[in-house]
Ligand binder design. Structure first.
Ligand SMILES: [Zn+2]
Length: 102
């Protein structure tokens, strides 16, 4: 199984109560006062984070896009681009500059 996820509300490493082979483990937050410290959440339910998983996947795509953009701009700055590639990189740099100003 993958690593147990932290509490979605406070980020703390949770406590796992293990029972036996017939019953699923129960997870709870270890921080007193956290709403998930007093509950009955099975390990499989605790690990479900569809929105978080989708955001992580989207974040990875955006990070890769930033890496590609950075490399393209470096190539532009170094004078390694010619023709249409040079124009495209120039326009991308201009758009990025404006986005970063907001
Ligand atoms: Zn918590």
């Amino acid at each position: 199984m993958s690593e147990i996820k932290p509490c979605p509300l406070c980020g703390t490493k949770p406590y796992i109560r293990k029972y036996n082979a017939e019953e699923e483990d129960i997870v709870s937050c270890t921080v007193g006062g956290c709403p998930l410290s007093a509950g009955y959440i099975t390990l499989s339910e605790w690990q479900k984070r569809p929105i978080e998983d989708a955001l992580r996947a989207e974040n990875e795509v955006l990070r890769e896009a930033c890496r590609v953009a950075e490399q393209t701009l470096r190539n532009f700055a170094n004078g390694d681009l010619k023709g249409d590639a040079k124009v495209i990189a120039h326009n991308a740099a201009y758009r990025l500059f404006n986005l970063l100003q907001d």
